[in-house]
Ligand binder design. Structure first.
Ligand SMILES: *Cc1c(COP(=O)(O)O)cnc(C)c1O
Length: 430
C-alpha cells in the first residue's frame, strides 16, 4: 500500500492547490484553517458530525447490486453507492453539515454559498434552516432557469437566492460572486464551498467530510461480495462523475491505498471532446489558477476561461479540484469523458432497468460503467457513486427527449441480447 499524505501543510497537492486569494481574504482563510485544525480531530465535533449524518441525512447510504443491468451488459457486476437516497437527494449534504458545524463554532451567523445544479444550494439552505443561520445562495441565471424546482426549494427553506448575470451565467460566475460577497462581509459570514475546489483548506476539508462515502464502501463491499458468494473483497474499479470533484474524492480517497482498485473519474464530454462544447478540464485543459487554487482549467491561449457545456448543471464547470489534477499526474486515477447523449441514454436505461431515476450528473458515471462492464468478466466488479437523484432533472430530460423514451429492447417484444440498448429514441406512448 502506498503512503499517501496530501496536501502538504500549505495546502499543495504536488504543484496543485495552494491558496491564491486577495489580501482582504487572508485573515478569513487563516481563521478557517485554524478552526479546522482545532476541530478536525476533536472527539465532540466528530461525534456530532456522525450523529447528524445518521439521524438527519440517513447514513449509511446502501450499496445496491444492479443485477439486471449487470446481466444485460454481460460483463462485470455493477454496484451503486446510493448517495441519491440521502436527505436532500445528493452527496452535497455531507459537506454542508461539516462546514455549518464549523461556522457555528466560529460564531458566524451568516452563510453564503454558490450553486450550479442547485443541489449544493438546497443542502446549504437545509442545514441553515436546521441551525437557524441566515443563508444567501448565488446561482447563475442560466442555472436558475434550468433548475427551477431547486430554486423554489431553497426559498421554502428560508434562503435568499441571488441570480448571477455575469459571464456564462453558470457555476463559475456564481462562485466569483460568492467570493466577492465574502470579501465584503468577512466578519460575520462563512462561505460554504460545495466542492473540493477553492483556496486551501477547502479542497482538503470538503474531501474529508465527503470521504464518509468511501469509508462506508470499504466496510459494505466485503459484506456484499460475501452475500453474492463472490471471492472479491473490494471492487476492481470505482467510478464517479467529476464536476468540481467532491463526490469522486469522497469515494476515491479511502481507496487510494488499495492499489488493485482502479479509480476512474468521468467528465462531461458534452457534445463531444472535439466539439469545443464540453467540461473536460482534466482531459483537455491545462494547469492554471482558478477560484483560489492551481489546477487543470479550460482556458484559451491568453489564459481566459473558456465557455463550458454539459447537459448537467452540476458538471458544467471549467476547473476541477486540485487533488484530481495531482491524482491524474501521478497516474493513480484515470479520467474519461461521456457525452450528453450517452448520459441521457444511461439515465433512461437506469430508470427502466433498475427503477432508479439518477441525476444527470450521476448518469455520466453510469454510462461509463455500462461501457466498461462489457470489457470485464462476470466475477469482476464496478462500484459507481450514484451521487444524486434525478427528480430535479425530469424537466430537462422531457424537453430533450421530445416526448420519446429510450426504451429497453424488451419493451418492444424483442429479446435482450448482450446488453444492447437502443441508440435511437423509440416512441413508446403516443
Ligand atoms: C453537484 C453535483 C455533482 C458534481 O459535483 P462534484 O463536486 O463533482 O461531486 C455531481 N452529482 C450531483 C448529484 C451533484 O449534485
Amino acid at each position: 500500500m502506498m503512503n499517501y499524505q496530501q496536501p502538504d501543510v500549505s495546502g499543495h497537492f504536488g504543484v496543485y492547490g495552494g491558496s491564491f486569494v486577495s489580501e482582504t481574504l487572508t485573515h478569513a482563510i487563516n481563521e478557517l484553517k485554524a478552526a479546522y485544525v482545532r476541530y478536525q480531530h476533536d472527539p465532540e465535533f466528530i461525534a456530532e458530525f456522525k450523529s447528524e449524518l445518521a439521524h438527519f441525512v440517513g447514513r449509511p447510504s446502501p450499496i445496491y447490486h444492479a443485477a439486471r443491468m449487470s446481466r444485460e451488459m454481460g460483463g462485470a457486476q455493477i454496484f451503486l453507492k446510493r448517495e441519491d437516497l440521502n436527505h436532500t437527494g445528493a452527496h452535497k449534504i455531507n459537506n454542508t453539515i461539516g462546514q455549518a458545524m464549523l461556522a457555528k463554532r466560529m460564531g458566524k451567523t451568516r452563510i453564503i454559498a454558490e450553486t450550479g445544479a442547485g443541489q449544493h444550494g438546497v443542502a446549504t439552505a437545509t442545514i441553515c434552516a436546521r441551525y437557524g443561520l441566515e443563508c444567501v445562495v448565488y446561482m447563475g441565471s442560466e442555472d436558475v432557469k434550468r433548475q427551477s424546482p431547486n430554486v423554489y426549494r431553497m426559498k421554502l427553506l428560508g434562503a435568499t437566492v441571488i441570480p448571477v448575470e455575469s459571464g456564462s451565467k453558470t457555476l463559475k460566475d456564481a462562485l466569483n460572486e460568492a467570493m466577492r460577497d465574502w470579501v465584503a462581509n468577512v466578519d460575520n459570514t462563512f462561505y460554504i464551498i460545495g466542492t473540493v475546489a477553492g483556496p486551501h483548506p477547502y479542497p482538503m476539508m470538503v474531501r474529508d467530510f465527503q470521504s464518509v462515502i468511501g469509508e462506508e464502501c470499504l466496510t459494505q463491499m466485503p459484506e456484499m461480495f460475501k452475500s453474492l458468494q463472490m471471492a472479491e473483497q473490494q471492487p476492481d474499479a470505482v467510478l464517479a462523475c467529476v464536476g468540481g470533484g467532491s463526490n469522486a474524492m469522497g469515494i476515491f480517497y479511502p481507496y487510494i491505498g488499495h492499489s488493485n482498485t482502479r479509480l476512474i473519474g468521468v467528465e462531461a464530454a458534452g457534445e463531444g471532446m472535439d466539439s469545443g462544447k464540453h467540461s473536460c478540464s482534466l482531459q483537455l485543459g491545462s494547469p492554471g489558477v482558478l477560484h483560489g487554487n492551481r489546477t487543470y482549467i479550460l482556458q484559451d491561449d491568453n489564459g481566459q476561461i473558456t465557455e463550458t457545456h454539459s447537459i448537467s448543471a452540476g458538471l458544467d464547470y471549467p476547473g476541477v479540484g486540485p487533488e484530481h489534477a495531482f491524482l491524474k499526474d501521478i497516474g493513480r486515477a484515470e479520467y474519461v469523458g461521456i457525452t450528453d447523449k450517452e448520459a441521457l441514454a444511461a439515465f433512461h436505461y437506469l430508470c427502466r432497468t433498475e427503477g432508479i431515476i439518477p441525476a444527470l450528473e450521476s448518469s455520466h458515471a453510469v454510462a461509463y460503467a455500462m461501457q466498461l462492464a462489457k470489457t470485464m468478466r462476470a466475477d469482476q466488479s464496478i462500484l459507481v457513486n450514484l451521487s444524486g437523484r434525478g427528480d430535479k432533472d425530469i424537466g430537462t430530460v422531457a424537453d430533450l427527449s421530445n416526448g420519446e423514451f429510450f426504451c429497453r429492447p424488451s419493451c418492444q417484444g424483442q429479446s435482450v441480447k448482450g446488453g444492447s440498448i437502443s441508440e435511437q429514441p423509440i416512441k413508446v406512448y403516443s
